[in-house]
Design a protein around this ligand. Structure first.
Ligand code: SF4
Length: 425
């Protein structure tokens, strides 16, 4: 029988709610205002350029996640499939396309708006996957809006000056195409200001995540999935910077007061891969019950960019866009995970094999085996998906999590007690 363990709510969540409301209402207003323009952007795309041009920026992946969290995806994906999209392609993309075809959006109930804002421009970066290009092209055709993008080199080990120069050139070409299309010059000083704010929010976000190095961890992966919204949706805005200052202060106070996201923290683990949006509550409740703090994750760290300390803002953007985890080669990813295990003093790792996102799944090419055998780490691999709940078995995963925690318990026990238990057993 499961015991309900009370959560300690994060106070900043109230501020986040009104920030999100303001953001979506402003987007809706921008789409209805003849003097304003809306640009759609990928979540780790070049949004600073769009903000500096004065576009209101919208991120369809967030809508895909919302559709998953509201457990609507599995009903909407078949509409995308009937429009020719494979059922096993990205479930963010398929549910977002399905939602548009059906005229459905969680934004209707949440904010009383019709749905995503109509785009004047769609901009992507394939630094995360090629799916975004096809996804954006669907909506570009639907709204008769231009689709522009950059295609950085992928699966990088070392990042060389040549890589950065190449991507910088792509960003420069993107700016020139936007200028030509809309007949407006980009204000380069404004771009530097936006990049500085973007970096400031990102740095504060990284510091928030780093507070989870404390025992008990004041914030978990499950909280991070909610509180990371501004660093994606409002990157480059003063509001995002102010929000993370508040959140960081609260987390630092929690560390001083020894308040944990999991009140009786027993084990600390890493979550590798995409979240399982339709089952977040089930998973976080189970972790709470088992005393497991998911203290670090690849996903929440994906928006923790390097600091910008002045200089060429395009160079910072180029470097940030290719340095992200998803864009790196297998040895670099594995080294990053090992470093995270060390920094956050973790007992093990959970890998999520997301059926429709091979791009952000890292359990497919022997990494879990290598971490177990070469590094002696406890690793659990769970099958599921980011949005399509048909690929996720809650019962099976809960059983696997319980077995994993038993394994962590055995590993922690001193060798002599393990032996005596074996003898007694
Ligand atoms: S990275 Fe994965 S989840 Fe994100 S858009 Fe690409 S395929 Fe979809």
């Amino acid at each position: 029988m499961s015991h309900a363990v009370p959560r300690v709510e994060i106070r900043a969540a109230q501020q986040l709610k009104s920030l999100m409301r303001d953001y979506f209402l402003d987007l809706d207003a921008a789409a209805c205002d003849a003097d304003r323009r809306v640009a759609w952007c990928t979540s780790v795309g070049p949004c600073e350029i769009l903000v500096a041009f004065g576009f209101a920026t919208y991120f369809p992946e967030n809508h895909g996640a919302l559709l998953g969290a509201k457990r609507l995806s599995h009903q909407l994906i078949p509409y995308a499939v009937s429009a020719g999209y494979c059922a096993e392609s990205c479930s963010y993309m398929n549910s977002d396309i399905g939602a548009a075809l059906r005229g459905v959006s969680p934004l209707q109930d949440a904010y009383g708006i019709a749905g995503p804002p109509r785009p004047d421009l769609l901009v992507y970066s394939t630094n995360q996957c090629r799916e975004v290009q096809d996804w954006w092209n669907f909506f570009g055709r639907r709204h008769d809006a231009p689709v522009l993008g950059i295609c950085p080199p992928t699966h990088l080990g070392e990042i060389t000056p040549a890589h950065v120069r190449f991507v910088r050139g792509e960003l420069q070409a993107l700016i020139e195409r936007i200028e030509a299309h809309f007949g407006e010059k980009l204000d380069r000083d404004r771009l530097a200001e936006v990049v500085a704010r973007s970096s400031a929010a990102s740095t504060l976000w990284r510091r928030v995540l780093d507070t989870a190095r404390a025992r008990p961890a004041p914030i978990s992966f499950w909280d991070g999935l909610i509180h990371m919204a501004p660093v994606i949706l409002m990157r480059g805005s003063p509001a995002a910077v102010a929000y993370y200052e508040t959140l960081l202060a609260e987390m630092q106070q929690r560390v001083r007061d020894r308040v944990g996201a999991v009140p009786h923290e027993r084990f600390r683990v890493y979550w590798e891969g995409m979240p399982v949006w339709p089952r977040l509550r089930d998973l976080s409740d189970k972790c709470l019950e088992l005393g497991v703090a998911v203290a670090a994750s690849t996903y929440c760290n994906s928006w923790a960019f390097e600091d910008y300390s002045g200089g060429d803002p395009l160079e910072w953007m180029a470097r940030a866009s290719i340095a992200i985890f998803i864009n790196r080669d297998e040895p670099t990813k594995q080294a990053f995970l090992l470093e995270m295990v060390r920094r956050f003093d973790l007992d093990g790792l959970i890998f999520h094999n997301a059926r429709t996102c091979p791009n952000n799944t890292n359990s497919r090419f022997g990494m879990t085996q290598r971490l177990r055998e070469d590094h002696g780490l406890a690793v659990l691999s769970v099958d599921g998906d980011l949005s399509d709940q048909r690929f996720f078995s809650t019962a099976q995963t809960m059983t696997n999590l319980e077995a994993f925690v038993e394994q962590l318990e055995v590993r922690r026990r001193p060798a002599s007690s393990a032996v005596s238990q074996e003898v007694a057993g």
